[in-house]
Design a protein around this ligand. Structure first.
Ligand SMILES: Nc1ncnc2c1ncn2[C@@H]1O[C@H](COP(=O)(O)OP(=O)(O)OP(=O)(O)O)[C@@H](O)[C@H]1O
Ligand SMILES: [Mg+2]
Length: 347
């Protein structure tokens, strides 16, 4: 136990200082009794009954008692069974002759971003390998086939297709990494959703026509959102493209807009091939395709819907799907609006 009031004062001063920082701090005596802690340490559940709750953190403190040196570690921490797992960077060091201070920083978000980035790079490397090795094989085949015009035509057509795929993969990756960074990065402006819908439908009318799909929209002006116009338009473009590409010819794709309270809902409906219910969550994952062989024909990279999901999240919105195999799909982009002229309300 601590006898000296001087020691207690040292501990109290250190904790007072920690209160202004984002770091959680715990101060322990040589018998590993906690004599003081910052409020962050209590919130995080680092201390209970004057003891550290986590054995890894205790071990760090023990090491410091042993050699009086600073010791650092990174670890996963769970306050209780139900609490989410957190990732902490911890440091134990001597505060005075009689006290060790343990400083704990919450790195959960940084770790999550880091893991996402690492996963992303691994996926990308894997996905890039396919068209690159196809291009390499096709160019070899082309060299060997110089005297056969039919073969040359066939290989060069395939070569072109793979090069196109590689190029769309690279531009998708750039788009996705831009929005994955989290915040809105483009210019923030007031956007009338009906305008964006009209523009994006128009930009996709050629694609729809070439596939024999009737593309139409019905959207009243007045639902206004504050955001990145380019991102919203990119998200909508991806949904319309999917609706067209995953439909047979002679089918229809409709884009609608409705306002429900503080939210606008943009719907893109097709009567195409549909998506099996057990895969409806997975389609928003990067590189996920229900039928990779069909995507080979459409040139799909499996990144479109993860771009839509991130674009929606960056605007505090979400994307949902309702679909039945053989009947068709409806994707709904739900976004918070600031103004609905049709009800004359301003929020
Ligand atoms: N409207 C739809 N109808 C049926 N299946 C769909 C529809 N939209 C998406 N899918 C399925 O979800 C998968 C993922 O879609 P996503 O847009 O992310 O990738 P993609 O279309 O394959 O490639 P791209 O990155 O070029 O858009 C598609 O491969 C397809 O299997
Ligand atoms: Mg797509």
């Amino acid at each position: 136990m601590v006898k000296s009031s001087k020691t207690k004062k040292v501990a109290a001063d250190a904790v007072a200082f920690l209160e202004v920082l984002s770091t959680a701090g715990v101060i322990l005596t040589s018998d590993n009794e906690v004599i003081n802690q910052s409020s962050k340490a209590i919130q995080k559940g680092l201390v209970e009954y004057s003891k550290l709750t986590n054995s890894e953190l205790q071990e760090l403190v023990n090491l410091t008692w042993k050699d009086k040196q600073e010791h650092k570690s990174e670890l996963y921490f769970q306050k209780n069974f139900k609490a989410p797992k957190q990732y902490f960077a911890a440091r134990a060091t001597m505060l005075s002759e009689e006290l060790v201070i343990l400083l704990v920083e919450d790195k959960t978000e940084a770790k999550r971003l880091d893991d996402t980035r690492r996963d992303f790079v691994e996926n990308i490397s894997h996905e890039l390998k396919t068209p690159i090795s196809a291009i390499s094989l096709l160019s070899e085949a082309l060299q060997l086939a110089v005297s056969d015009p039919e073969q040359v035509k066939k290989f060069s057509t395939n070569l072109q297709r793979e090069a196109k795929r590689l190029s769309s993969l690279v531009s998708r990756i750039i788009e996705l990494s831009r929005i994955q960074a989290g915040d809105l990065q483009g210019e923030i402006e007031s956007i009338d959703l009906a305008d964006v819908i009209a523009e994006t439908v128009d930009a996709n009318s050629f694609l729809a026509e070439s596939r024999g799909v009737k593309l139409s929209f019905d959207a009243q002006p007045g639902a206004v959102l504050k955001g990145d116009r380019q991102l919203i338009s990119m998200a909508l473009k991806n949904l319309i493209e999917n609706a067209v590409l995953y439909s047979e010819s002679n089918s229809q794709v409709g884009v609608g807009l409705s306002v429900e309270g503080d939210f606008a809902e943009i719907t893109v409906t097709d009567n195409g091939i549909g998506i099996p219910v057990d895969q409806q969550e997975r389609i928003f994952e990067r590189f996920y395709r229900v039928d990779p062989s069909r995507s080979r024909d459409t040139g799909g990279t499996g990144l479109g819907l993860s771009i839509v999901k991130h674009a929606a999240q960056n605007h505090a919105g979400e994307v949902k799907v309702f679909s039945r195999v053989g009947l068709g799909s409806t994707f709904t982009l739900k976004l918070p609006i600031t103004h609905n002229a049709n009800e004359g309300m301003e929020q």
